[in-house]
Design a binder for this molecule. Structure first.
Ligand SMILES: [Zn+2]
Ligand SMILES: [Zn+2]
Length: 183
């Protein structure tokens, strides 16, 4: 498991100042552009949106422990009425980045020299909080099953008389009936 991080990538953070001294620590507050493709079907983080981070980097024996929170904007659509939905989510995370692959299990994160990549950590933390069925409001009534109008925009009590639909069907049958008699 080798990785080569680009030190200029926005989510790659240097741990140079910690000097691998257990107990050394740095707190940082920063805003980074959201990486692409963090999301599920109906909602996600808009690419390049501001993600506000509050981080603590702490050197421990085996590596660097990163603890933090991220506040990210969300954009999607209502699962019931398909109106655009915007909101935000705040997630917390903690990840130990190991100095050496020998100490780490297969799924653990590793440092690349003095660099670590926060993007996968953010991605995992955010995706877990995303609603599978985002709603524009808790009580969104959705769409009319007959005409597709958004019920929040419709007259109160909007509905269709079932009898209308039956008449329409009967009317469709009348010409056929007449034709049978004529032939
Ligand atoms: Zn809705
Ligand atoms: Zn309707």
């Amino acid at each position: 498991m080798t990785l080569h991080l680009d030190p200029r990538a926005p989510w790659v953070v240097s741990t140079h100042d910690l000097g691998r001294r257990p107990g050394s620590m740095r707190e940082m507050r920063l805003t980074l552009p959201a990486p692409a493709d963090i999301g599920v079907d109906m909602i996600g983080v808009p690419k390049d949106a501001d993600v506000k981070l509050d981080l603590r980097l702490e050197a421990v024996m085996e590596g660097v422990l990163v603890t933090g929170t991220a506040l990210t904007p969300l954009r999607g659509e209502c699962a019931r009425c398909l109106e655009p939905v915007t909101s935000e989510t705040e997630v917390s995370f903690q990840e130990l980045f190991f100095y050496s692959a020998e100490d780490a299990a297969e799924d653990d994160s590793l440092l690349d020299g003095e660099l670590l990549d926060l993007e996968p950590v953010l991605r995992d933390a955010v995706v877990l909080t995303l609603p599978l069925s985002p709603l524009c409001s808790e009580d969104c009534a959705g769409l009319c099953t007959d005409c597709g109008i958004r019920l929040a925009d419709a007259e109160p009590g909007h509905k269709h008389e079932v009898i209308d639909a039956r008449w329409a069907k009967l009317q469709g049958l009348v010409p056929e009936h007449n034709n049978d008699q004529e032939s």
